[in-house]
Design a protein around this ligand. Structure first.
Ligand SMILES: [Zn+2]
Length: 322
């Protein structure tokens, strides 16, 4: 019997998301639960295996109906050995052989990949990049993740760190990044960064006018930055236009490195929709070279928060099926 489904797992520091995904990238069933990584790998791995069993029983399926499991995990990872080396999102986890342990408990083969790469692969396989051609994705969330798909495959690099697009330097000697560099893209163009920059700017200039409309005590979000910028707030406007400008510069650099057909923008910041996409396209046209007329399409992501699950399942389909 040929398999009908792959299981996609999106392991994060906050949540574990799991889905049963068919060969066309459609989600037949999905589940989510808190991760609570401080409980340690044993509990979390048991939960993942239990979620796989729940998904199968929800559709009346057995192990023979499933090609395997794709697992997107925070890293850095050792892809050859199937290890989580360590992760800021999974405190205390070191050299966890997640691939083989999930495989043993679930009774299915497992393909492991970085979570941002899995989400990018999801958009390539079943989302914004499904029309084909090489694709690069920026996931503009708490930080900036990325993924590069060339000739239908995720680019891993010699040390499995290809696609760390958030740490491309866009501002020489710019803002310090926890990674140890200065001026990384994610310090300017992530949802977390724009909110943080507006918060600290307000603190430094409490009399600034006009103020964003925010209830007392609530933390500012990327949405507040967009709203305040559109209302003409000068600080928010500057932060927003810098985010768009530096993202466009990153897109120009990516164009020259990989020559993709499509650049996909996803994550919380991309929920601003056309406000972000149009500004990045305009700035891209301003900044990009004039030697070649063919330019990548810059478009928004299509799969939303399911991208990680769908992409992990897509990796299982493309890696494990005959
Ligand atoms: Zn960095």
């Amino acid at each position: 019997m040929s398999p009908r489904y792959a299981i996609g797992i999106d392991l994060g520091g906050t949540n574990i998301k799991a889905g049963l995904v068919d060969r066309a990238g459609r989600v037949a069933a999905k589940l989510a639960r808190d991760c609570e990584p401080q409980r340690g790998p044993d509990c979390v791995i048991s939960d993942i295996a239990a979620m796989c069993r729940q998904l199968l029983s929800a559709r009346g399926a057995g192990l023979g109906d499933v090609v395997g499991i794709g697992l997107g995990s925070p890293g850095p990872l050792d892809l050859d050995k199937g290890l989580i080396l360590k992760s800021a999102n999974l405190p205390g986890w070191h050299n966890v052989s997640i691939r083989d342990r999930v495989a043993a408990q679930a009774g299915l083969p497992v393909v492991l990949n970085n979570d941002a790469n899995a989400a990018a692969f999801g958009e390539f396989w079943a989302g914004a990049g499904r029309e084909g051609g090489d694709m690069v994705m920026f996931t503009l969330g708490t930080g900036v993740g990325g993924g590069v798909i060339l000739d239908g495959k995720l680019l891993h690099g010699s040390f499995a760190n290809a696609g760390e697009l958030g740490h491309m330097i866009v501002v020489p000697e710019g803002l310090a990044c926890p990674c140890g560099q200065r001026g990384c893209l994610e310090q300017y163009a992530s949802a977390g960064a724009v909110a943080r920059r507006l918060t600290s700017g307000r603190r430094d200039d409490p009399g600034g006018r006009p103020r964003p409309q925010v209830a007392d005590g609530r933390e500012l979000t990327a949405r507040d930055v967009v709203d305040a910028a559109q209302a003409g707030d000068p600080l928010a406007s500057r932060i927003w236009s810098e985010a768009c400008r530096y993202l466009a510069i990153a897109c120009v650099n990516v164009q020259h490195a990989f020559n993709p057909a499509t650049i996909v923008l996803g994550g919380g910041l991309a929920e601003a929709g056309a406000v972000l996409i149009d500004a990045v396209r305009d700035e891209f046209r301003r900044q990009s070279w004039s030697l070649c007329e063919d330019q990548p399409m810059i478009i928004g992501a299509a799969l939303g928060y399911d991208a990680g699950v769908i992409g992990a399942a897509g990796l299982a389909w493309t890696s494990l099926s005959l």
